[in-house]
Design a protein around this ligand. Structure first.
Ligand code: ASP
Ligand code: MG
Length: 419
């Protein structure tokens, strides 16, 4: 058993899906579970549709949906011609119809819940197209619906997986499959009473890791549009270096610092069972890529640069000048947890705590709550740069020309929060 995961970029067009099919066909591992994200920027578009729905504007929601409909049918038409096309059309049509019916019903006002209901269609659509295309080229496969199999709690948009129930259902469905290839959606799940949920943006990697854990897979491969893990994002830095192997702990640190390459929750389910994670370029399947595992032959010997954008620095002071760190921290973190803020950095002095968080919808609600007991000021539009394996020379270089609001250094790592 192996798990493959294809992200949105790798299935963004007909060429991408043909490439996926080729990779899948050339794999002689059986069975193979293929986790697929929504195509291209579909999730962003669905978020727009949800915003319109939430604002009570059905017309705008349906208008935005048209664009998505055209895009998916266009890809489908390029992939499937001839006798199979009509049947494929009616499959896809049924899904769009279902979504349209929901969008015009306007019965639900719970923001996070309706988000999951609407946004989960991205993966339903992409996996349907992938499965139909594989059938069309006689690559026999089974399409499963993770909304019924990956069971979560009802913390919509950031749902927690119910491991035992999911394991029971997933093992049963997979062992019932008679085809060598199984197609599933990343990122989405469902509650025990059948409400769709999502695992947080970019959560498909996490789905792949959980499936690997549940099914005791030999390994997981994430197919990406980069040659593997690099020491920096090539979109932001020149002269990037490929990292052939790294440990689970290094991978967690990178993901936590904001490296876009892997979702932070991905590593634990793999580490727990010692399942290796491969990150490979989907345009060059023979390339070794990067392997993440427990023990590696050579430690990383290049500095690694990680950029986390859209940060907000909160500076928190008690109103009465009193400051007991031990009693403030639990309060602070309860509020952070309740508002699902993602913390990237913490620093404290005698009378202030500085916390940098990802900018998010709930930020102002959290600030308001904090303001009951604390004076809170904030700076937004910041970037957090982390350099692991840093040197005095690098520190000098990265500090140049930056308005630095906060700096943290340890022996090997520097973190700069700057504007
Ligand atoms: N489609 C979802 C997103 O764009 C999940 C994923 O790609 O992993 O966030
Ligand atoms: Mg994605």
């Amino acid at each position: 058993m192996e798990i493959y995961k294809f992200g949105g970029a790798s299935v963004k067009d007909a060429a991408g899906i043909r490439n996926l099919a080729q990779i899948v066909e050339n794999t002689n591992q059986e069975p193979l579970v293929v986790v697929v994200s929504a195509m291209g920027k579909t999730t962003n578009q669905l978020e727009k549709i949800h915003s319109a729905y939430d604002a009570g504007s059905q017309d705008n929601a349906l208008l935005e949906l048209q664009q998505l409909e055209r895009y998916h049918f266009d890809v489908l038409n390029q992939l499937i011609e001839g006798d199979d096309q009509a049947a494929a059309h009616s499959k896809l049509n049924a899904i769009f119809q279902e979504l349209k019916t929901y969008l015009t019903s306007l019965i639900d006002t719970h923001f996070d819940k309706t988000y999951d209901k609407i946004v989960s269609y991205g993966e339903v659509l992409s996996t349907t197209i992938v499965s139909l295309y594989l059938n069309h080229i006689k690559c026999s496969n089974t399409l499963l619906d993770m909304r019924q199999l990956l069971i979560t709690d009802n913390q919509y948009r950031d749902a927690n997986i119910n491991y035992d129930e999911s394991a029971r259902r997933i093992k049963a469905s997979v062992s019932n499959c008679t085809t060598p290839i199984i197609i599933v959606q990343g990122f989405i799940g469902g509650t025990i009473d059948n409400q769709p949920t999502t695992l947080g943006r970019e959560g498909s990697d996490y789905t792949a890791a959980m499936l690997a854990n549940i099914l005791d897979a030999k390994r997981v491969t994430i197919w990406k549009d980069v040659p593997g893990v690099l020491n920096a994002d090539p979109k932001l830095f020149d002269n990037t270096v490929h990292i052939p192997e790294m440990t689970y702990s290094e991978a967690v640190e990178l993901a936590f610092s904001g490296a876009q390459i892997i979702h932070p929750k991905t590593i634990r389910p793999l580490e727990n069972k010692g399942i290796a994670l491969f990150v490979k370029p989907f345009t060059d399947p023979q390339n070794a890529g990067t392997v993440i595992k427990r023990q590696i032959a050579k430690p990383i010997n290049v500095p690694v640069y990680i950029v986390r954008k859209n940060q907000v620095l909160l500076t928190i002071r008690p109103k009465d000048f009193s400051f007991v760190l031990e009693s403030t921290l639990p309060k602070l973190f309860t509020i952070i947890e309740q508002n699902k803020l993602k913390v990237s950095l913490i620093q404290s002095s005698a009378i202030t705590i500085s916390v940098s968080v990802d900018n998010s919808r709930n930020l102002f609600a959290a600030i308001e709550q904090l303001q009951k007991d604390y004076q809170v000021s904030y700076n937004d539009g910041l970037t957090l740069l982390t350099v692991r394996g840093t040197t005095p020379q690098i520190i000098k270089e990265v500090e140049q020309d930056k308005e630095i609001l906060l700096k943290q250094t340890t022996r090997r790592t520097i973190k700069l929060l700057y504007r």
